[in-house]
Design a protein around this ligand. Structure first.
Ligand code: HEC
Ligand code: HEC
Length: 290
Protein backbone atom coordinates (compact mmCIF):
# COMPACT_ATOMS: atom_id res chain seq x y z
CA UNK A 1 0.00 0.00 0.00
CA UNK A 2 2.79 2.41 1.00
CA UNK A 3 4.45 1.74 -2.29
CA UNK A 4 1.24 2.46 -4.15
CA UNK A 5 0.73 5.72 -2.20
CA UNK A 6 4.24 6.76 -2.96
CA UNK A 7 3.96 6.07 -6.65
CA UNK A 8 0.58 7.78 -6.81
CA UNK A 9 2.15 10.75 -5.04
CA UNK A 10 4.89 10.75 -7.60
CA UNK A 11 2.38 10.44 -10.39
CA UNK A 12 0.57 13.59 -9.28
CA UNK A 13 3.80 15.48 -8.64
CA UNK A 14 4.96 14.74 -12.15
CA UNK A 15 1.63 15.14 -13.84
CA UNK A 16 2.88 17.76 -16.21
CA UNK A 17 6.31 16.18 -16.37
CA UNK A 18 7.72 13.22 -18.26
CA UNK A 19 5.10 10.82 -16.86
CA UNK A 20 2.30 12.57 -18.70
CA UNK A 21 4.26 12.25 -21.91
CA UNK A 22 4.84 8.58 -21.31
CA UNK A 23 1.17 8.00 -20.59
CA UNK A 24 0.20 9.64 -23.85
CA UNK A 25 2.70 7.45 -25.63
CA UNK A 26 1.30 4.36 -23.93
CA UNK A 27 -2.25 5.27 -24.88
CA UNK A 28 -1.15 5.73 -28.45
CA UNK A 29 0.49 2.31 -28.44
CA UNK A 30 -2.64 0.76 -27.01
CA UNK A 31 -4.85 2.23 -29.69
CA UNK A 32 -2.54 0.87 -32.35
CA UNK A 33 -2.55 -2.52 -30.61
CA UNK A 34 -6.33 -2.61 -30.74
CA UNK A 35 -6.23 -2.31 -34.50
CA UNK A 36 -3.85 -5.18 -34.86
CA UNK A 37 -5.24 -8.43 -36.15
CA UNK A 38 -3.07 -11.44 -36.45
CA UNK A 39 -3.85 -13.99 -39.06
CA UNK A 40 -3.13 -15.09 -42.53
CA UNK A 41 -5.33 -17.90 -43.71
CA UNK A 42 -4.06 -19.96 -46.57
CA UNK A 43 -6.44 -21.68 -48.87
CA UNK A 44 -6.33 -24.20 -51.63
CA UNK A 45 -9.47 -23.87 -53.68
CA UNK A 46 -10.90 -26.83 -55.47
CA UNK A 47 -11.47 -26.29 -59.12
CA UNK A 48 -13.66 -29.17 -60.14
CA UNK A 49 -12.19 -29.71 -63.55
CA UNK A 50 -12.14 -33.18 -65.03
CA UNK A 51 -8.34 -33.20 -64.95
CA UNK A 52 -8.30 -32.44 -61.25
CA UNK A 53 -10.83 -35.17 -60.52
CA UNK A 54 -8.79 -37.64 -62.58
CA UNK A 55 -5.59 -36.83 -60.76
CA UNK A 56 -7.41 -36.99 -57.41
CA UNK A 57 -8.79 -40.40 -58.32
CA UNK A 58 -5.28 -41.68 -59.07
CA UNK A 59 -4.02 -40.53 -55.66
CA UNK A 60 -7.11 -42.01 -54.03
CA UNK A 61 -6.61 -45.44 -55.61
CA UNK A 62 -3.07 -45.60 -54.27
CA UNK A 63 -3.55 -44.13 -50.81
CA UNK A 64 -7.15 -44.55 -49.76
CA UNK A 65 -8.99 -47.24 -51.73
CA UNK A 66 -7.65 -50.06 -49.53
CA UNK A 67 -10.03 -48.89 -46.78
CA UNK A 68 -12.55 -46.75 -48.67
CA UNK A 69 -12.99 -48.90 -51.79
CA UNK A 70 -12.10 -48.51 -55.46
CA UNK A 71 -14.86 -45.96 -55.94
CA UNK A 72 -15.16 -44.63 -52.41
CA UNK A 73 -18.05 -46.92 -51.52
CA UNK A 74 -16.40 -48.13 -48.28
CA UNK A 75 -14.95 -51.51 -47.38
CA UNK A 76 -16.26 -54.03 -44.87
CA UNK A 77 -13.99 -56.62 -43.28
CA UNK A 78 -15.07 -60.28 -43.17
CA UNK A 79 -16.35 -59.92 -39.58
CA UNK A 80 -18.61 -57.09 -40.67
CA UNK A 81 -16.57 -54.19 -39.29
CA UNK A 82 -16.03 -51.14 -41.43
CA UNK A 83 -12.43 -50.88 -42.64
CA UNK A 84 -13.30 -47.45 -43.98
CA UNK A 85 -16.74 -45.85 -44.36
CA UNK A 86 -18.33 -44.84 -47.65
CA UNK A 87 -17.20 -41.40 -48.78
CA UNK A 88 -20.11 -40.84 -51.13
CA UNK A 89 -21.65 -37.53 -50.12
CA UNK A 90 -19.14 -36.59 -47.37
CA UNK A 91 -18.03 -33.73 -49.60
CA UNK A 92 -14.78 -31.96 -50.36
CA UNK A 93 -14.78 -30.33 -46.92
CA UNK A 94 -14.45 -33.71 -45.17
CA UNK A 95 -11.43 -34.66 -47.29
CA UNK A 96 -9.82 -31.26 -46.81
CA UNK A 97 -10.29 -31.56 -43.05
CA UNK A 98 -9.30 -35.22 -42.65
CA UNK A 99 -6.23 -35.13 -44.89
CA UNK A 100 -5.31 -31.48 -44.21
CA UNK A 101 -5.12 -32.06 -40.43
CA UNK A 102 -3.18 -35.30 -40.89
CA UNK A 103 -5.94 -37.65 -39.70
CA UNK A 104 -6.17 -39.48 -43.03
CA UNK A 105 -4.72 -41.73 -44.31
CA UNK A 106 -5.05 -43.89 -41.22
CA UNK A 107 -1.86 -45.60 -40.14
CA UNK A 108 -3.19 -47.31 -37.02
CA UNK A 109 -6.86 -47.90 -36.43
CA UNK A 110 -7.87 -47.36 -32.79
CA UNK A 111 -10.44 -45.76 -30.50
CA UNK A 112 -9.74 -42.47 -32.19
CA UNK A 113 -7.74 -41.70 -35.27
CA UNK A 114 -4.91 -39.39 -34.20
CA UNK A 115 -3.37 -36.50 -36.11
CA UNK A 116 -0.05 -37.15 -37.82
CA UNK A 117 2.21 -35.35 -40.22
CA UNK A 118 0.19 -34.24 -43.23
CA UNK A 119 0.99 -36.75 -45.96
CA UNK A 120 -0.05 -34.81 -49.08
CA UNK A 121 0.61 -31.39 -50.62
CA UNK A 122 -2.23 -28.82 -50.67
CA UNK A 123 -2.64 -29.45 -54.40
CA UNK A 124 -2.94 -33.22 -53.91
CA UNK A 125 -5.48 -32.68 -51.13
CA UNK A 126 -7.50 -30.37 -53.37
CA UNK A 127 -7.41 -33.01 -56.14
CA UNK A 128 -8.64 -35.81 -53.87
CA UNK A 129 -11.28 -33.49 -52.44
CA UNK A 130 -12.50 -32.80 -55.98
CA UNK A 131 -12.63 -36.54 -56.67
CA UNK A 132 -14.63 -37.31 -53.53
CA UNK A 133 -16.95 -34.37 -54.22
CA UNK A 134 -17.62 -35.89 -57.65
CA UNK A 135 -18.96 -39.08 -55.98
CA UNK A 136 -21.98 -37.32 -54.52
CA UNK A 137 -23.04 -33.88 -53.32
CA UNK A 138 -21.66 -32.85 -49.92
CA UNK A 139 -20.32 -29.81 -48.11
CA UNK A 140 -17.79 -27.80 -50.09
CA UNK A 141 -14.51 -26.46 -48.76
CA UNK A 142 -15.30 -23.09 -47.16
CA UNK A 143 -13.80 -20.02 -48.80
CA UNK A 144 -11.69 -17.36 -47.10
CA UNK A 145 -14.77 -15.11 -46.86
CA UNK A 146 -16.51 -17.79 -44.80
CA UNK A 147 -13.94 -17.85 -42.01
CA UNK A 148 -11.55 -14.91 -42.34
CA UNK A 149 -11.77 -12.10 -39.77
CA UNK A 150 -9.49 -9.76 -41.71
CA UNK A 151 -10.60 -6.20 -42.23
CA UNK A 152 -13.14 -6.13 -39.40
CA UNK A 153 -13.34 -3.08 -37.18
CA UNK A 154 -12.35 -3.79 -33.57
CA UNK A 155 -15.95 -3.08 -32.52
CA UNK A 156 -17.42 -5.53 -35.03
CA UNK A 157 -14.88 -8.11 -33.97
CA UNK A 158 -15.70 -7.62 -30.29
CA UNK A 159 -19.38 -8.10 -31.08
CA UNK A 160 -18.59 -11.37 -32.87
CA UNK A 161 -16.45 -12.59 -29.97
CA UNK A 162 -19.30 -12.02 -27.52
CA UNK A 163 -21.81 -13.78 -29.82
CA UNK A 164 -19.36 -16.57 -30.55
CA UNK A 165 -18.81 -17.13 -26.83
CA UNK A 166 -22.55 -17.61 -26.32
CA UNK A 167 -22.84 -20.03 -29.23
CA UNK A 168 -19.73 -21.91 -28.17
CA UNK A 169 -20.96 -22.34 -24.61
CA UNK A 170 -24.28 -23.72 -25.87
CA UNK A 171 -22.95 -26.11 -28.49
CA UNK A 172 -19.36 -27.04 -27.90
CA UNK A 173 -18.33 -26.90 -24.24
CA UNK A 174 -19.95 -30.25 -23.40
CA UNK A 175 -17.07 -31.91 -25.22
CA UNK A 176 -14.38 -29.27 -25.65
CA UNK A 177 -14.57 -27.53 -22.23
CA UNK A 178 -15.07 -23.83 -21.56
CA UNK A 179 -11.68 -22.75 -22.77
CA UNK A 180 -11.59 -25.09 -25.76
CA UNK A 181 -9.02 -27.18 -23.91
CA UNK A 182 -10.65 -30.49 -24.84
CA UNK A 183 -11.77 -33.42 -22.73
CA UNK A 184 -12.34 -37.17 -22.60
CA UNK A 185 -15.11 -38.87 -24.57
CA UNK A 186 -16.77 -42.25 -23.98
CA UNK A 187 -15.11 -45.38 -25.43
CA UNK A 188 -11.54 -44.18 -25.17
CA UNK A 189 -11.91 -41.18 -27.46
CA UNK A 190 -11.25 -37.57 -26.66
CA UNK A 191 -12.31 -34.16 -27.86
CA UNK A 192 -9.08 -32.39 -28.75
CA UNK A 193 -7.83 -29.00 -27.63
CA UNK A 194 -9.06 -26.61 -30.28
CA UNK A 195 -7.09 -23.46 -29.53
CA UNK A 196 -4.68 -22.74 -32.33
CA UNK A 197 -6.56 -24.77 -34.93
CA UNK A 198 -6.61 -22.93 -38.27
CA UNK A 199 -9.92 -21.12 -38.89
CA UNK A 200 -10.56 -23.14 -42.04
CA UNK A 201 -10.33 -26.42 -40.10
CA UNK A 202 -12.54 -25.10 -37.29
CA UNK A 203 -15.15 -24.32 -39.93
CA UNK A 204 -14.74 -27.70 -41.60
CA UNK A 205 -14.89 -29.58 -38.29
CA UNK A 206 -18.27 -27.99 -37.61
CA UNK A 207 -19.43 -28.63 -41.16
CA UNK A 208 -18.45 -32.30 -41.29
CA UNK A 209 -18.54 -33.54 -37.66
CA UNK A 210 -15.46 -35.79 -37.65
CA UNK A 211 -15.62 -39.09 -35.74
CA UNK A 212 -17.53 -38.64 -32.44
CA UNK A 213 -18.17 -34.94 -32.97
CA UNK A 214 -21.69 -33.73 -33.74
CA UNK A 215 -22.32 -32.30 -37.17
CA UNK A 216 -23.21 -28.60 -37.34
CA UNK A 217 -24.44 -28.14 -40.89
CA UNK A 218 -25.12 -24.62 -42.14
CA UNK A 219 -28.80 -25.22 -41.43
CA UNK A 220 -27.94 -25.92 -37.78
CA UNK A 221 -25.39 -23.16 -37.28
CA UNK A 222 -25.41 -20.47 -39.93
CA UNK A 223 -22.13 -19.47 -41.63
CA UNK A 224 -22.24 -16.19 -39.65
CA UNK A 225 -22.56 -18.12 -36.39
CA UNK A 226 -19.64 -20.32 -37.38
CA UNK A 227 -17.57 -17.21 -38.00
CA UNK A 228 -18.56 -15.85 -34.57
CA UNK A 229 -17.26 -19.04 -33.00
CA UNK A 230 -14.02 -18.69 -34.92
CA UNK A 231 -13.64 -15.12 -33.65
CA UNK A 232 -14.27 -16.32 -30.10
CA UNK A 233 -11.73 -19.17 -30.33
CA UNK A 234 -9.23 -16.79 -31.87
CA UNK A 235 -9.66 -14.40 -28.93
CA UNK A 236 -9.11 -17.26 -26.44
CA UNK A 237 -6.00 -18.25 -28.29
CA UNK A 238 -4.68 -14.69 -28.41
CA UNK A 239 -5.30 -13.83 -24.77
CA UNK A 240 -2.26 -15.67 -23.34
CA UNK A 241 -0.17 -13.27 -25.44
CA UNK A 242 -0.87 -10.60 -22.82
CA UNK A 243 1.35 -12.65 -20.55
CA UNK A 244 -1.53 -13.31 -18.17
CA UNK A 245 -2.69 -16.18 -16.00
CA UNK A 246 -5.62 -18.51 -16.70
CA UNK A 247 -8.72 -16.95 -15.16
CA UNK A 248 -10.76 -20.11 -15.34
CA UNK A 249 -12.42 -19.29 -18.64
CA UNK A 250 -14.92 -16.81 -17.19
CA UNK A 251 -15.29 -15.15 -20.54
CA UNK A 252 -13.47 -12.94 -23.00
CA UNK A 253 -14.82 -9.66 -21.69
CA UNK A 254 -13.77 -10.10 -18.07
CA UNK A 255 -10.52 -11.70 -19.15
CA UNK A 256 -9.83 -8.86 -21.52
CA UNK A 257 -10.57 -6.37 -18.76
CA UNK A 258 -8.25 -8.17 -16.37
CA UNK A 259 -5.50 -8.31 -18.98
CA UNK A 260 -6.05 -4.63 -19.63
CA UNK A 261 -5.94 -3.59 -15.97
CA UNK A 262 -3.03 -5.81 -14.94
CA UNK A 263 -1.04 -5.19 -18.12
CA UNK A 264 -1.58 -1.46 -18.29
CA UNK A 265 -1.31 -1.07 -14.51
CA UNK A 266 2.08 -2.74 -14.70
CA UNK A 267 3.24 -0.57 -17.58
CA UNK A 268 2.11 2.61 -15.86
CA UNK A 269 3.91 1.47 -12.73
CA UNK A 270 7.12 0.92 -14.66
CA UNK A 271 6.76 4.22 -16.48
CA UNK A 272 6.20 6.03 -13.19
CA UNK A 273 9.18 4.35 -11.65
CA UNK A 274 11.44 5.28 -14.56
CA UNK A 275 10.25 8.85 -14.57
CA UNK A 276 10.57 9.23 -10.79
CA UNK A 277 13.95 7.61 -10.88
CA UNK A 278 15.33 9.96 -13.53
CA UNK A 279 13.79 12.96 -11.80
CA UNK A 280 15.45 12.05 -8.52
CA UNK A 281 18.78 11.39 -10.19
CA UNK A 282 18.75 14.79 -11.82
CA UNK A 283 17.68 16.43 -8.56
CA UNK A 284 20.60 14.81 -6.76
CA UNK A 285 22.92 15.95 -9.49
CA UNK A 286 21.53 19.47 -9.20
CA UNK A 287 22.20 19.39 -5.46
CA UNK A 288 25.74 18.23 -6.03
CA UNK A 289 26.36 21.03 -8.47
CA UNK A 290 24.89 23.67 -6.14
C1 HEC B 1 -6.37 -47.84 -42.90
C2 HEC B 1 -7.68 -47.46 -43.41
C3 HEC B 1 -7.86 -46.07 -44.01
C4 HEC B 1 -7.11 -45.43 -44.97
C5 HEC B 1 -5.85 -45.91 -45.66
C6 HEC B 1 -7.77 -44.17 -45.22
N1 HEC B 1 -8.88 -44.05 -44.44
FE1 HEC B 1 -10.20 -42.51 -44.42
N2 HEC B 1 -11.22 -43.36 -42.86
C7 HEC B 1 -10.93 -44.59 -42.31
C8 HEC B 1 -11.82 -44.81 -41.19
C9 HEC B 1 -11.85 -46.06 -40.29
C10 HEC B 1 -12.65 -43.67 -41.10
C11 HEC B 1 -13.77 -43.41 -40.10
C12 HEC B 1 -13.25 -42.62 -38.94
C13 HEC B 1 -14.35 -42.40 -37.94
O1 HEC B 1 -15.23 -41.58 -38.22
O2 HEC B 1 -14.31 -43.02 -36.90
C14 HEC B 1 -12.25 -42.78 -42.17
C15 HEC B 1 -12.85 -41.56 -42.42
C16 HEC B 1 -12.53 -40.76 -43.50
C17 HEC B 1 -13.24 -39.56 -43.84
C18 HEC B 1 -14.38 -38.93 -43.05
C19 HEC B 1 -15.69 -39.43 -43.55
C20 HEC B 1 -16.83 -38.70 -42.92
O3 HEC B 1 -17.87 -39.34 -42.72
O4 HEC B 1 -16.70 -37.50 -42.61
C21 HEC B 1 -12.66 -39.05 -44.98
C22 HEC B 1 -13.06 -37.81 -45.73
C23 HEC B 1 -11.58 -39.96 -45.33
N3 HEC B 1 -11.54 -40.98 -44.42
C24 HEC B 1 -10.75 -39.77 -46.41
C25 HEC B 1 -9.63 -40.54 -46.66
C26 HEC B 1 -8.67 -40.26 -47.70
C27 HEC B 1 -8.77 -39.10 -48.68
C28 HEC B 1 -7.71 -41.21 -47.61
C29 HEC B 1 -6.45 -41.34 -48.46
C30 HEC B 1 -5.57 -40.23 -48.43
C31 HEC B 1 -8.06 -42.11 -46.51
N4 HEC B 1 -9.24 -41.66 -45.97
C32 HEC B 1 -7.34 -43.22 -46.14
C33 HEC B 1 -9.96 -45.48 -42.73
C34 HEC B 1 -8.97 -45.19 -43.67
C1 HEC C 1 -20.18 -34.61 -28.94
C2 HEC C 1 -18.92 -33.99 -28.62
C3 HEC C 1 -18.49 -32.77 -29.43
C4 HEC C 1 -19.17 -31.59 -29.62
C5 HEC C 1 -20.54 -31.19 -29.10
C6 HEC C 1 -18.29 -30.75 -30.41
N1 HEC C 1 -17.13 -31.42 -30.69
FE1 HEC C 1 -15.58 -30.71 -31.78
N2 HEC C 1 -14.67 -32.53 -31.70
C7 HEC C 1 -15.12 -33.61 -30.97
C8 HEC C 1 -14.24 -34.75 -31.20
C9 HEC C 1 -14.38 -36.12 -30.59
C10 HEC C 1 -13.25 -34.31 -32.10
C11 HEC C 1 -12.08 -35.12 -32.67
C12 HEC C 1 -12.49 -35.69 -34.00
C13 HEC C 1 -11.35 -36.35 -34.72
O1 HEC C 1 -10.23 -36.40 -34.20
O2 HEC C 1 -11.58 -36.79 -35.85
C14 HEC C 1 -13.54 -32.89 -32.37
C15 HEC C 1 -12.76 -32.12 -33.21
C16 HEC C 1 -12.93 -30.76 -33.35
C17 HEC C 1 -12.04 -29.89 -34.07
C18 HEC C 1 -10.75 -30.29 -34.79
C19 HEC C 1 -9.58 -30.10 -33.88
C20 HEC C 1 -8.27 -30.39 -34.53
O3 HEC C 1 -7.30 -30.53 -33.77
O4 HEC C 1 -8.16 -30.49 -35.75
C21 HEC C 1 -12.55 -28.62 -33.98
C22 HEC C 1 -11.95 -27.37 -34.55
C23 HEC C 1 -13.78 -28.71 -33.23
N3 HEC C 1 -13.98 -30.01 -32.85
C24 HEC C 1 -14.62 -27.64 -32.94
C25 HEC C 1 -15.88 -27.75 -32.37
C26 HEC C 1 -16.83 -26.66 -32.25
C27 HEC C 1 -16.54 -25.24 -32.69
C28 HEC C 1 -17.95 -27.18 -31.67
C29 HEC C 1 -19.25 -26.46 -31.39
C30 HEC C 1 -19.91 -25.85 -32.50
C31 HEC C 1 -17.70 -28.59 -31.41
N4 HEC C 1 -16.44 -28.91 -31.85
C32 HEC C 1 -18.60 -29.46 -30.80
C33 HEC C 1 -16.24 -33.65 -30.16
C34 HEC C 1 -17.21 -32.66 -30.11
Amino acid sequence: MRLLDRSLGRLSRHRRGPVAGLLVLLLGLLLTGGLYSAFSPASAQTDNSAAQIASGRKLFLVGCSFCHGQSGQGVKTLDGNQLGPSLVGVGAAAVDFQVGTGRMPVAQPGAQIPQKEVAYTPQEIADMAAYVASLGPGPEIPTTQDYSLDGLSPAARQEMIVQGGLIFRTNCTACHNFEGAGGAMPQGGYAPKILGVEPKYIYEAMLTGPQAMDNFSNGNLSPAEKRDIIAYLQSLKDSPDYGGFGLGGIGPVSEGLAAWLVGIGGLVGVATWIAAHTARTSRTKAKVQA
